[in-house]
Design a protein. Structure first.
Length: 585
């Protein structure tokens, strides 16, 4: 298959799904076009603030995307080949991930903008509700810890394949991007500047920040990754308690447009390079049923764990029901924002796959990390059209690489402070707290564990230093996918009680439960084998095992609670639903 054929087929299938399944979902749930959503009814200027769909879509898209549709697909392609990764992305985001995101957003809208945990409380029982909140909270902590490490790693001066170390330049450009997002929020709030004019002003300014980054590199010296980690967590504290109009909305909109731009650059370069250049698929469709040693993870079930964002991700339900549902103007926008954004993320994951597909074995060995593979690929694609204009690739590759790394860091920025805000929501809901001062306390408690982890010495496994994000990526993947399964479980209980077609989410629920619980059971075996060997184990291995057991225990317990409610006596509907059910056929 040619690269162009790969992209065209991927896009055509995803677009067809949006036009057919997306339209069917809108009809089944009778989405309203009236502005009576929680953003209007509970407007407070801090968390509940309506915003037009053209701004909310890129914000939601950048928040759910983050590093997931980049890191996961690239790792899966390296482990198993691009073919299995591609099939799971396409099938997963159409029939599981898109349904999951749409239903989580719609359910939150029809329950006053509350999180998915509220569904568990209302349609299962209080015990399951508290279990779900605890699971939700610690899942968010994993994301904050892992993505803080990923972002801090992009800011340190690590040489890439070309010998350059663009990290400090990326740090400068990233900080400038955040300042510009704040300026855009203030401008939109306190001046008469239109949203379109604001984008026309601030997007070029961000481009200047990218170009200027190499001339003012921000290198914090030895141990800078730890320092950057603390700075990022400090930023999370401030950003997560700001009014949404000041930073979350403008930064999310700018971040979303960056995603559009990087996708356009990649597509243009792939088409030019595929037609008149030398870009071609170099990697095999299928590599192996197991990942390389020492991990040696089997394709089943770990393909479905390695690729979360881009196919199905439980984190999306937290974003949909935690921030997006509190800003959406009308239910009719749910089709595009809930289902459509997931399909677009699937296409972004396909583009990430191409950055691996064009590499030879030697290139893979040199690049190594997923962020380096991604940045290298986007830079190569962006240079292809410029070659036709007589511009040497060597003159533009450094800037394009920095641009791709900034975009990568930007995606994670959008997730980091959103995660902290969402964790604050969950903790306050768990403790019954309200008010701004208690929100500050909840945010500080949330960031305590990530700060401790950042201050710890670099982790080692088998005597070798490992990136923190890689150590916890398997746990993040399992917990994230288990969260998706449990969200689908809660939504299924809601659909059953309201008379909607239950099969819509029941099949995806069972599939995701099987894959995630299977992966957690599999992860226990290596630990038991190490214990039997009598060899001394690093503390990190014990910690990882403890987290794995806890996730497995919580997941199984919640499933048992759901089965008790499902097969128990019929319960009366506790509250009216704003939508009218269409009988299943």
């Amino acid at each position: 298959m040619m690269l162009i054929g790969f992209l065209l087929l991927s896009f055509a299938v995803l677009l067809a799904a949006y036009m057919t399944i997306g339209r069917w979902l809108a009809r089944i749930f009778r989405l309203s076009s009236t502005p009576d959503t929680p953003a209007h009814l509970r407007r407070d200027g801090l968390d509940f603030e309506p915003i037009r769909m053209s701004a909310l879509f890129p914000q939601h898209f950048s928040a759910i995307a983050a590093a997931g549709p980049i890191v996961g697909p690239i790792l899966a392609a390296l482990y198993f080949g691009w073919g299995p990764a591609w099939i799971w992305i396409i099938v997963g985001c159409i029939f599981i991930g898109g349904i999951h995101d749409f239903m989580a957003l719609l359910a939150s809208l029809r329950h006053q903008g509350r999180t998915v945990a509220h569904l568990v409380q209302q349609y299962m029982n209080p015990r399951a509700y508290y279990l779900f909140l605890i699971f939700l909270y610690f899942s968010l902590l994993y994301v904050i810890i892992a993505f803080t490490d990923v972002t801090a790693g992009t800011f340190v001066p690590t040489p890439n394949a070309a010998g350059a170390a663009p990290g400090p330049a990326v740090a400068t450009s990233s900080l400038a991007y955040l300042v510009l997002a704040l300026a855009m929020g203030l401008t939109l709030r306190h001046t008469g500047l239109s949203p379109l004019m604001a984008k026309l002003v601030f997007l070029p300014l961000v481009a200047l920040a990218i170009i200027g980054g190499p001339y003012l590199p921000l290198d914090l010296g030895p141990g800078s990754q730890q320092t950057w980690g603390l700075i990022l967590l400090g930023y999370c504290f401030v950003a997560s308690v700001m009014p949404v109009w000041l930073l979350l909305q403008p930064r999310g909109e700018l971040g979303g447009y960056f995603l559009y731009i990087v996708m356009a650059i990649a597509l243009g370069g792939l088409f030019v390079g595929g037609l008149v250049g030398d870009l071609a698929i170099q990697q095999p469709f299928f590599k192996s049923w197991t990942s390389p040693a020492p991990a040696s993870l089997p394709l089943l079930p770990f393909l479905f764990i390695t690729i979360a964002c881009g196919a199905c991700s439980g984190f999306h339900s937290i974003v949909a029901s935690g921030t997006t549902s509190r800003q959406i103007t009308c239910e009719a926008d749910t089709r595009a924002i809930g289902y459509g954004a997931m399909l677009l993320e699937g296409f972004l994951a396909c583009i990430s796959l191409t950055t691996v597909m064009v590499l030879t074995g030697g290139d893979l060995a040199k690049l190594g990390k997923p962020d380096a593979i991604y940045a290298n690929g986007i830079a190569l694609f962006g240079a292809e059209p410029l070659k036709l204009l007589g511009i040497p690739a060597a003159n533009v590759l450094p800037y394009l690489t920095q641009f791709a790394l900034l975009c990568f860091a930007t995606f994670v920025f959008d997730t980091l402070d959103a995660c902290c805000r969402l964790a604050r929501y969950v903790l306050m809901e768990l403790l019954g707290w309200q008010g701004f001062m208690l929100s500050l306390v909840a945010t500080a408690i949330t960031l305590l564990l990530p700060v401790i982890v950042v201050l710890m010495p670099p982790p080692t496994l088998g005597g070798k230093a490992q990136p923190l994000w890689l150590v916890f990526w398997g746990i993040f993947g399992s917990s994230n996918q288990l969260l998706a399964a449990l969200t689908l479980l809660g939504v299924t209980m809601w659909l059953r009680r309201r008379g909607y077609p239950v099969w819509l989410t029941l099949g995806p629920t069972i599939f995701m439960l099987i894959m995630t619980l299977w992966s957690l059971v599999f992860a226990i075996n290596p630990y038991l084998e190490l214990l039997q060997s009598g060899k001394p184990l690093e503390a990190l291995i014990h910690l990882r095992f403890g987290i794995t057991i806890s996730l497995l225990f919580l997941g199984v317990w919640l499933v048992i609670e759901a089965l008790i409610v499902w097969f128990g006596p019929a319960q009366r509907d506790p509250a009216p639903d704003t939508g009218a059910a269409v009988p299943a056929t």
